[in-house]
Design a protein around this ligand. Structure first.
Ligand code: ADP
Ligand code: MG
Length: 218
């Protein structure tokens, strides 16, 4: 593998004196697609929050592009983004939700980028841009949440059971849009899912967790 985007070295996460995650070594390459499988409580979400730099590990080192993240927490936080099963949207319009990150980063051509991001997740910009957050179905809300992430061209997109509670059409659009991001921008994907056939189909490798440990890689 060329130099990894994210590298974990002897990482442990401990909650209330209980080690819920213990990873000796794990590397994520640029443009790589990694599946995360394992029963409920095996540590998938805990690992994704570390990879998204939302939580810090109790012990061990996580490097982002060769730099330990403890040195630069703010800078790396923006390079990875996590899509969770129940998306959090700003209590505003679809447009405002997708434009938000672009504004924070002082990007140009915001309306064009929002438009393209909506098309990317299969939502017609004409009918969705001005809709309020409460006017969306679960699948539409999840697609808006994904569009708000893809519009920032993240280096790493983490997805925590992204399609678990969605209608077939939304699930398919989420899957396709994530793969397109990989193909267009070289975004690395880490996908936690119980859908093993899907992981087997799209992933370069699938990591199987049990009790917080890697038990198999397929
Ligand atoms: P999965 O996503 O595979 O279902 P999780 O990573 O959510 O598993 O959880 C792994 C273990 O860590 C579980 O036993 C869970 O109860 C525990 N856990 C997760 N987050 C916390 C927390 N913030 N405080 C205490 N225990 C936690
Ligand atoms: Mg989970």
């Amino acid at each position: 593998m060329s130099s990894p985007i994210i590298k974990l070295d002897n990482v442990q996460q401990v909650f209330s004196n209980r080690t819920v995650l213990s990873i000796e070594t794990l590397e994520l390459g640029e443009g790589e697609i990694v599946g995360l499988a394992g029963p409920n409580g095996s540590g998938k979400s805990t690992l994704l929050k570390l990879l998204a730099f939302i939580d810090s590990p109790t012990s061990g080192v996580i490097e982002f592009c060769g730099i330990p993240t403890s040195n630069k927490p703010g800078a790396v936080h923006r390079q990875a983004t996590l899509l969770v099963q129940e998306p959090y949207l700003l209590k505003r319009t679809v447009y405002a939700n997708i434009a938000y990150g672009l504004r924070v980063r002082k990007k140009n051509d915001i309306s064009t980028k929002v438009h393209n991001a909506l098309v990317e997740v299969g939502l017609d910009p004409n009918s969705f841009s001005q809709r309020q957050w409460f006017e969306l179905s679960g699948g539409e809300a999840q697609r808006v949440a994904l569009a708000a992430r893809l519009v920032l061209k993240p280096k790493v997109l983490l997805m925590d059971e992204p399609t678990a509670s969605l209608d077939t059409k939304s699930a398919q659009l989420i899957r396709t849009a994530a793969l397109n991001a990989r193909d267009q921008y070289g975004t690395s994907l880490v996908i936690a899912s119980h859908d093993l056939p899907w992981l087997g189909e799209v992933s370069d490798r699938t990591i199987h967790l049990e009790h917080g440990k890697i038990v198999e890689i397929t």
